[in-house]
Design a protein around this ligand. Structure first.
Ligand SMILES: [Zn+2]
Length: 390
């Protein structure tokens, strides 16, 4: 009897999540359309929506136009029902956002944090970043704090195992420290996966179940969504695209191997090669983008070569997992069509023709704030995701 009760409860939760997900991706929807799209019966949808309206998670937003008879009421996620704080750290800053249930950024704050800072400084800047966001948040609505961390975390996503940008954080149980200070749920995720989550929930991948997000910056990482779910891999450490070999016996990579993608394609490689070719002492990404607009042929050639290697590397992943979309993100995405076209050209040459014909390359909706927003969405899982029930 107990087992039957559990199964009925689980089924009810799954149906609730189905309704919430549909409203998130396709809302506002009438009960009739919710019934049709969810493949649930009308009675179940009426009962679930009543419950969700009672919890303030769903609200009425008006009426659908009708050619005859009563106009059906439109329901949507109640964006202001909950709030989440999300933070992203890189080698220059911590960028924090306060978001609502529909991924709208209500407040955004940024504080400098230089790579190599001490553990104490990192925590101090976290506190400094969280304070104005927490002050803006309504405490009764706040679901918690999500953090997007660059580096390798332990399998529980609590302790930092390795961080090239902040070695002082290695061994630090970030989750425990922050939970002690704030007494709210704390969730931690890898930066690239956070960006992919933001695109899936609120960006260009809302209705896409099989995609790869390419995060092209100081390193080249990727996050994989397969059949609507993020692929974590063993020890939550999937996505090291930058360490796939594209040049056997090539330059030594910091991972210890030779010829990894990151030895020929990254922001660092781009800046280094342009400085060398044009005999410049320094160059920024902004200046490189300007030079591309001025059609500087040297810069264009280097960007095309980098795109070629990224395309070559990702084509092997495409052949294995067959995504429908590749989302291009990270600071290098600012190089625009010249980079995108060279990635596309390599994909055309190296992926299975039938896979390439259906493959779409799309720029990410979010920039850096995508990682912060993705971190904030970690707190929304209890409301929207199936995994919580498995
Ligand atoms: Zn490597």
């Amino acid at each position: 009897m107990r087992t039957i009760t559990c199964n009925l409860n689980t089924m009810k939760k799954i149906n609730r999540l189905r309704v919430m997900n549909l409203l998130n991706t396709e809302g506002p929807l009438s009960r009739i359309k919710l019934t049709k799209k969810s493949k649930l019966d009308g009675k179940t949808v009426t009962s679930l929506t009543k419950e969700l309206i009672g919890e303030n998670l769903v609200s009425s937003v008006g009426f659908e136009s009708s050619s005859g008879g009563r106009c059906p009421e439109l329901l949507d996620i109640n964006a202001d029902a909950k709030q989440c704080i999300g933070l992203y750290m890189d080698g220059e800053k911590i960028l924090g956002v306060l978001s609502n249930l529909k991924g709208k950024i209500l407040t955004k704050k940024q504080f400098p944090l230089k790579a190599g800072a001490s553990g104490k400084t990192v925590i101090d800047v976290f506190k400094k970043s969280i304070l104005p966001l927490a002050e803006q948040a309504e405490s009764s609505k706040l679901l918690g704090i999500g953090i997007a961390v660059q580096g390798i975390m332990d399998a529980n996503m609590e302790k930092v195992i390795q961080s090239t940008l902040f070695p002082s954080m290695e061994g630090m149980n970030l989750k425990k420290i922050l939970r002690k200070i704030y007494h709210v749920p704390i969730e931690i995720e890898d930066v690239t996966r956070s960006k992919a989550l933001a695109e899936k929930w609120f960006g260009v991948a809302k209705k896409i179940d099989n995609f790869i997000l390419l995060d092209m910056g100081m390193g080249i990482g990727c996050a994989i969504f397969a059949e609507g779910h993020i692929h974590y891999g063993e020890d939550m450490s999937s996505g090291e695209l930058g360490h796939t070999i594209v040049n056997e016996g090539g330059d030594l990579c910091h991972c210890g191997h030779r010829g990894c993608l990151e030895t020929v394609a990254s922001l660092e490689v781009l800046e280094k090669r342009i400085k060398k070719e044009l005999a410049l002492k320094s160059i920024s990404l902004k200046e490189i983008i300007e030079m591309l607009h001025e059609e500087n042929t040297t810069v264009k050639t280097i960007v095309c070569e980098i795109g070629h290697y990224i395309g070559l590397s990702i084509s092997n992943v495409v052949n294995v997992i067959h995504p429908s979309h590749i989302i291009l993100g990270g600071s290098l995405a600012g190089l625009g069509n010249i980079l995108f076209d060279s990635i596309d050209d390599a994909l055309r040459r190296f992926t299975m023709p039938s896979f390439y014909n259906n493959l779409k390359l799309v720029p990410a909706k979010f920039g850096d704030e995508g990682a912060s927003l993705g971190a904030a969405t970690l707190l929304l899982r209890k409301i929207f995701e199936m995994e919580e029930l498995m």
